[in-house]
Ligand binder design. Structure first.
Ligand code: SAH
Ligand code: SF4
Length: 437
């Protein structure tokens, strides 16, 4: 979501006549977009600002003093503190207010030695109607369908930084999907904090997330549809059926479990148990046997015992994740878990994370090995490390490496998977298919 927000801020500035530079060294405006989900990101913001401030005079060839913008969720949560700790920052803007960036930049140019311009409002009117019209910048595009979160998992800052859950109307989303496809996208990923809780408020609750998937999949020219992130609590029958019936919906589901211990899940306020999570996946696999499952895990949540952690290791093997992200619990100011007793020592977290990542790696390798021999398509995204190599994504979101002289980024290429590693597969091109074809 942050990558996408950064793209949208860039769109907005381009519409104002600016253009992107290759490096911050050449820029007149530097926007640092930030994440507040774990503590490290906040520290990184302050060290990046420090580095930029130190070199401010020599940036962009000394032409003008660059305007420094702190954006995103750290800006939202710590606006005043950023202004106090880093006087070189000109603008502080939260994730719900960045459509106002042009006016904020104007105010910053006029501020002289005055205080930083801060906008951490959560305006009632959505920013989406006020951003420039979408154009795809490549073959794969993000489409924000919903923002914010009402779930209040006890470890998480998102409900505080991105505000309450708001779904965008279906008609606007289908129109945006059409604009993306018309400008070159062949794959769309629907994004939001809890996309499967999406509902079309303007149709009187008539359409749910599965309905939206069908509506976007019906856009002519679209080849692949994905979504992320979804919550185990909101996986319903209709969404499972969409996975079985909608051919463009890719066989991949990112469904974070966080812990394999129902006791810890309860303390996390996740509203699902180990058993209900496994039952959801069993029902999904019954209708879509090849689906790749991905997840998020937190180790060292307050009160997590060795036995709880063993439950987490077991669920990794039971599910057989194709890939997963794992994090050490990071106490976030203002969240309930931050002040719970029984905080887990850092060295225990380190040890658990290493064991968890080894287990996830083992399962990912197994998943990739089992796919050897599959004949499928990949959507080429970028150059590989070696000359002549290109990397694309399989339907199961595996990174597949090919060597081919005439294939280009953005092509959908027919391939056979011939070798497997923990984080990628190697493939052989059967027939290049140009997107334009
Ligand atoms: N809305 C998504 C998650 C968004 S945050 C969902 O509910 O799945 C992305 C991931 O960051 C979470 O799934 C969680 O694993 C991790 N995370 C969130 N808060 C964290 C914290 N305080 N410490 C460590 N990891 C955290
Ligand atoms: Fe955070 Fe939980 Fe909401 Fe995900 S569902 S954004 S983890 S509060």
């Amino acid at each position: 979501m942050n990558v996408h927000d950064s793209e949208r801020m860039a769109d907005l500035l381009v519409a104002q006549g600016h253009r992107a530079t290759e490096s911050p060294d050449d820029a007149d405006i530097i926007v640092l977009n930030t994440c507040h989900i774990r503590e490290k990101a906040t520290e990184k913001l302050f060290s990046d600002i420090g580095r930029i401030e130190k070199r401010a005079r020599t940036l962009n060839g000394g032409r003008v003093k660059p305007i420094i913008v702190a954006a995103g969720c750290v800006a939202q949560a710590e606006g005043g503190e950023i202004a106090a700790r880093a006087p070189g920052v000109d603008v502080v803007v939260g994730p719900l207010a960045y459509h106002r960036l042009p006016a904020l930049l104007d105010a910053a140019r006029e501020r002289g030695a005055g205080p930083a311009v801060i906008d951490t409002d959560m305006p009632a009117a959505s920013k989406f109607g006020q951003l420039p019209e979408r154009r795809a910048t490549g073959a794969s595009a993000f489409l924000t369908i919903q923002e914010g979160c009402d779930k209040f998992c006890t470890f998480c800052v998102v409900p505080y930084t991105r505000g309450p859950e708001v779904s965008r109307p279906a008609a606007a989303l289908v129109a945006e999907a059409e604009a993306l496809v018309a400008s070159g996208a062949v794959e769309i990923t629907l994004i939001g904090q809890n996309v499967n809780a999406w509902e079309d408020s303007r149709s009187g609750g008539g359409m749910d997330f599965a309905g939206l998937i069908r509506a976007v999949a019906a856009v002519p020219g679209l080849q692949r549809l994905r979504y992320t992130t979804s919550h185990p609590r909101d996986m319903n029958e209709a969404l499972l059926r969409a996975h079985a019936e909608v051919a463009k919906l890719m066989p991949y589901l990112h469904l974070p479990v966080q812990s394999g211990s129902s006791r810890i899940l309860k303390a996390m306020n996740r509203a699902h148990t180990r058993e209900s999570y496994l039952a959801t996946l069993a029902a999904l696999r019954a209708v879509r046997a090849d689906i790749a499952i991905s997840g998020d895990f937190i180790v060292g949540f307050p009160g997590e015992t060795d036995a709880d952690f063993e439950d987490t290791l077991r669920i990794v093997h039971e599910v057989g994740y194709a890939q997963a992200y794992s994090f050490k619990y990071s106490p976030r100011p203002g969240t309930p878990a931050a002040t719970m007793g029984e905080q887990v020592p850092e060295d225990v977290k380190d040890m658990r994370l290493a064991r968890l990542q080894a287990a996830i790696g083992e399962e990912a390798q197994k998943f990739n090995t089992a796919s050897i021999g599959r004949i499928t398509t990949i959507l080429l995204e970028r150059q590989g490390r070696k000359p002549g190599q290109l990397i694309g994504k399989t339907p199961w979101l595996q990174s597949a490496v090919i060597e081919h002289a005439s294939a280009r980024i953005g092509d959908l290429v027919e391939i056979e998977i011939v070798d497997a590693f923990a984080n990628s597969v190697a493939a052989r091109v059967l027939a290049p298919v140009s997107v334009a074809a």
